[in-house]
Design a protein around this ligand. Structure first.
Ligand SMILES: Nc1ncnc2c1ncn2[C@@H]1O[C@H](COP(=O)(O)OP(=O)(O)OP(=O)(O)O)[C@@H](O)[C@H]1O
Length: 252
């Protein structure tokens, strides 16, 4: 694997008696799409929040591009080039799609005109080019997910952490968004996904980490990870693992 862009070392975080993150260590390589999977409540979103400064770890450290960023505020981390998206997209109501995306662009761009122009260019990349003047609150779920991707892209990130960008989409909408994610990677932006849609994990990501009860229980190429008995037991279940093995055999 190429040099790591993000290094998470021994990170732990408790909420009361619950260890939502338990001694997590991972090296995220530059230029790839990688993923983080695991059952509901495994601590995936908590880990994203720790990495991007929304929570402070109780223990451990985080380095981005060789620089220690442990417990730095989110704005500072975003300015360095790492941005996360949120599972529940909350557009600024009463503002257009263009204006919503410009919020991201303003991280680096002061001029209103330039930020709006940047928003427009980004909207085209994610397939919102024909929705620029629409009130963002009127977007469908799929549209809101694209808006969330666009707001992140507009900050000119080096690494994007996508938190379930495919959740709530139907199979045809998922098929439409997958190439958008690939195109972002092809532009040179590194991507780490939290995702429950296993078909997307398998087809998009080169490496995956599996969290269960705050701890990493497996990592590796997705096709190997889904055969791991511990992963089947904790997350996939036998039926799903067998379905995926059949799918893979069919495509082989
Ligand atoms: N701010 C908080 N205060 C208290 N408990 C929290 C907080 N944030 C998360 N938790 C708890 O930490 C655990 C991990 O939650 P987290 O949202 O990180 O899981 P997840 O893997 O992202 O789940 P999902 O797939 O359902 O989104 C859960 O038990 C959750 O209830």
């Amino acid at each position: 694997m190429p040099e790591a862009m993000l290094e998470v070392r021994g990170v732990s975080k408790s909420f009361g008696g619950l260890k939502a993150s338990n001694n997590v260590t991972m090296s995220v390589p530059q230029g790839k799409i990688t993923s983080l999977i695991g059952p509901n409540g495994a601590g995936k979103t908590t880990l994203f929040a720790l990495i991007t400064g929304f929570y402070q770890p109780d223990e451990g450290s985080i380095a981005f591009l060789g620089k220690d960023i442990t417990a730095r505020p989110p704005q500072e981390i975003a300015a360095l080039g790492m941005i996360r998206t949120f599972q529940i997209v909350q557009p600024f109501a009463g503002q257009s799609v263009r204006e919503n995306i410009a919020v991201g662009a303003h991280l680096h761009i002061r001029s209103r005109r330039d930020a709006l122009a940047k928003a427009e260019a980004v909207a085209h990349k994610v397939g919102l080019g024909d929705r620029l003047d629409q009130d963002a609150a009127s977007l469908t779920v799929a549209g809101r997910k694209r808006l969330e991707v666009a707001r992140a892209l507009a900050t000119d990130p080096k690494l994007i952490l996508f938190d379930e960008v495919l959740a709530g989409l139907n199979p045809s909408e998922i098929r439409d968004v997958i190439p958008v994610i690939r195109a972002i990677r092809d532009e040179g932006i590194t991507i780490l996904l939290i995702e429950h849609v296993m078909q997307a994990v398998m087809s998009l990501s080169e490496h995956t980490w599996v969290l269960n009860q705050g701890q990493l229980i497996a990592e590796g190429a997705p096709r190997d990870v889904v055969r791991d008995p511990q992963v089947i037991e904790a997350y996939l279940g036998k039926g799903m693992a067998e379905r995926m093995a059949r799918e893979e055999a069919r495509h082989a």
